[in-house]
Design a protein around this ligand. Sequence first.
Ligand code: G6P
Length: 610
Amino acid sequence: MCGIVGAIAQRPVAAILLEGLRRLEYRGYDSAGIAVLDPVGTLNRARTLGKVARLSEEVAAQPLPGTLGIAHTRWATHGEPATHNAHPHICRDRCVLVHNGIIENHEILRREQRAAGHRFTSETDTEVVVHALYDELIAGHTLIDAVRQATVRLRGAYALGVIDIQDPDHLVAARQGSPLVIGVGFGEHFIASDVFALLPVTNRFIFLEEGDIAELTRERVRIWDRDGLPVERPVKTSSVAAESAERGEYRHFMLKEIFEQPRAIADTLQGRLVGNRVLPEAFGNQAAELFSAIEAVTIVACGTSYHAALVASYWMEAIAGLPCRVEVASEYRYRAHVVPQHALFVTISQSGETADTLAALRLAKASGYDTTLAICNVPESSLVRESDLVLLTHAGPEIGVASTKAFTTQLVALLLLTAVLGRFQRLDEVGEARVVALLRALPGKIEEVLALDDRIAALAEQFVDKHHTLFLGRGEQYPIAMEGALKLKEISYIHAEAYPAGELKHGPLALIDEDMPVVVVAPNNALLEKLKSNLEEVRARGGQLYVFADFQVPMEEGDGVTVIRLPETDDLIDPVVFTVPLQLLAYHVAVLKGTDVDQPRNLAKSVTVE
Ligand code: G6P
């Protein structure tokens, strides 16, 4: 995951590019670079290891004049974070480029290019693109044609920004599998990985489609589609303010964040998958080696993040074959515990600043865990800084106190972890390919569930006057029932409790009557028949059942039973898919009750005190 930005203007562009990089830093921040073509046609480049701020300091000390330039903030996949691996990459003073994505066939291209005399200065997959481009330029192609030719043989994902050092009047961009937008100005044009990067200079954008190649001059933009045909893409005016965390057209941040989940999941997956495999490097440079020695996993977290951990414990044992223990951080930190041999200690936190989770991490390090890993949404947080390995969820800023997109991206991150750890245990290539395929399909599945919003809003009316609700699930859906109950209680103030359905008869059945709605998470899995028997127990006692079930579940609506049908999915990703309608239910109940959805009473987003 990297961020790219480029500009062709009639004014100096270095400051614009650096501000764009700063806004893209959530996409990667291990190194950064910028290249600007100066008025006499010399290309000047600055690259630094570390954050964009460091690059800015370098450019302040040694300014980069010029009106055409590209810049990049990197999240390393191929080649360690280092200045020589930072973009932009140059080939023989002729062409320069920035890239976001992964070129999967880089090894074979590199071998061919080496044999043809190209000298490589980095370990990146990207560098093969700049050499291929050079070959096309010296064969006499224009820049746009050179990009067209050079990209033909690329496999994988890319968003590219490209300059021919001998041509000060063109900037070329290409998109395949990685996002890229064009910013439209007056006498100037821009490219970037997202609109936020360009909001200080324009609010008019062209969103490139898969396979598009675009040629930008100061005056105009021309675009060709994947078949090489010229196309017109609409210019859209963005109403988003330069401040990134805006509600937009949504009534509440929570609703916006629920609807952002397909994108948040796609962003969290980006750069982490190659072909049918999960990249261990996504967790850090040493990850593969460290993971190969792991024999047990302990996961500690708070609140919603704890629920993600509980789901992961089912995955770890069933898929990876690793014993996995999960505990809330506030308990873990204050009790004596045995450190398993060769164990990985995982913390999960949206903010990375939760006091109990941080304390648990420090305790685990002191008590002899081999390796610590943080799954976190905030790159510069304490948890990230203090852990050996890190997997960032790229959910973007989450403003609503009730966590939504942070949770589903945590689940995605935990599935990635399960796959990578499982590889050293009992998960074979076919198994890993299945995980990868399901993850790739997940954003689309979530879109389908979001289409149920109106149906769930109508359903919410039946909960508004209730004082208690029971949530039931079995297996890995039990933690999802817990998460559904937590959402409802924190924003609607309706008391909600979750139970594993098999425990009903050991107590909660005593509470069942017509005033106690029972929400059930019922995917079509091996436990369905058992779950249905539990539901009959509720029904026989006059309880009102609201069952979230996928299309394959044979269950009739009728007296006391409302069935909400979800799209068909797979056991593996069911926990993520079934979370979304429960979020929507809680949201709509809270709206109907008129509570402060985004800032519910007595709660806070980041709990930095004990
Ligand atoms: C607070 C938030 C929750 C969150 C929990 C843990 O309670 O309101 O949304 O799940 O803290 O926070 P963390 O940032 O560690 O995930």
